[in-house]
Design a binder for this molecule. Sequence first.
Ligand code: NAD
Length: 352
Amino acid sequence: MTRKYSAAQLRAIVAGVLERAGSSAEESRTVAENLVLANLSGHDSHGVGMLPRYVDAVLEGGLHPNAGIAVKLDGGSLLALDGQRGFGQVVGAQAMTLAMQRAQETGSCVMALANAHHLGRIGHFAEMAVERGLVSIHFVNVQSRPVVAPFGGGDGRYGTNPFCVGIPLPGQPPFLLDFATSRVAQGKMRVAHNEGRQVEPGTLIDEKGRPTTNPGVVVVPQSGGLFGALLSFGEHKGYGMAVACELLGGALTGTGTWHQPADSRRAVINGMFTILVDPRKLGTQEAFAREALAFVEWVKQSPPGAGSEGVMLAGEPERRARRQREAEGIALDDQTWAEIVAAGAKVGAAVA
Ligand code: NAD
């Protein structure tokens, strides 16, 4: 069963629980807004369903409320920052604000953000940059559980390592590509499991390395306490991108890479390697504006293929979902709601 909630209702509930868990009013509001925006954008995997995990991580000590970024290196267009296990929604925005200022001054910025707690939708940060006319590229690793199998492998070895690129388009909504390098995000398996749905073949292997459509294999321990694993998107290509995310987002930022068996800790730590470019400063602005728009128009003129409503550009599905869900509300399944109520109870917040 699912029920619909308004964005405002959910923001108030999430902020209330986070405040009881130790976050300032401002931090609670920022995190709540970010999670609800993920739901509005159609990405329930990164929405309010994350709240129980955040509360557990705070109670365990793996997520530090009210922490801010520390500047480890400020070298002109190079910035190395440490998120100090603060809420990713807060330290990620702080890091982007510094990096965007730098890119606007010098034309570009390479920003390494280490040790942020879960950054949520990476597209959120690209959206901050494209609003200022900047190109924004992100490679991210995930330290929580090795839930994705390498191409050719039979068990999970690393996380869902997202990649994102935002490109501003003059006079038009931006191109915003933002995805997990696994075939689907881990959180979408939690949502499918909670809703009692099977998933598409080719998405998962079970704890013995056999193909399965049961999302539970990556949500609850299977035989021998083992988990199954997600497969990469695009076979060896997605796998290669996931490794690039681990090497850049994990190793190069200083966050660390994953090379150990699963543990049961609830914190999710992200490292994010970001490249920002101001196209106005590269000397190609005129050609960029003209050619980008011409290409987008050309691509969108492709006639709809069989069973399709036509060509979209990355970023469009999220904008459509926002319009629809702002108007109609956000559907949450009973299990997700029960987990949010239980998370509230752990910190003494009554969720109604
Ligand atoms: P997804 O498979 O839904 O793909 C989303 C991307 O594809 C978007 O850019 C979207 O605009 C584009 N897209 C979707 N349908 C399209 C179509 N028909 N035509 C053109 N473009 C289309 O996303 P996902 O892999 O499930 O990832 C969901 C979210 O999870 C992302 O925001 C990602 O950043 C986030 N994530 C975060 C972490 C973390 O640790 N912080 C880890 C993994 C994923």
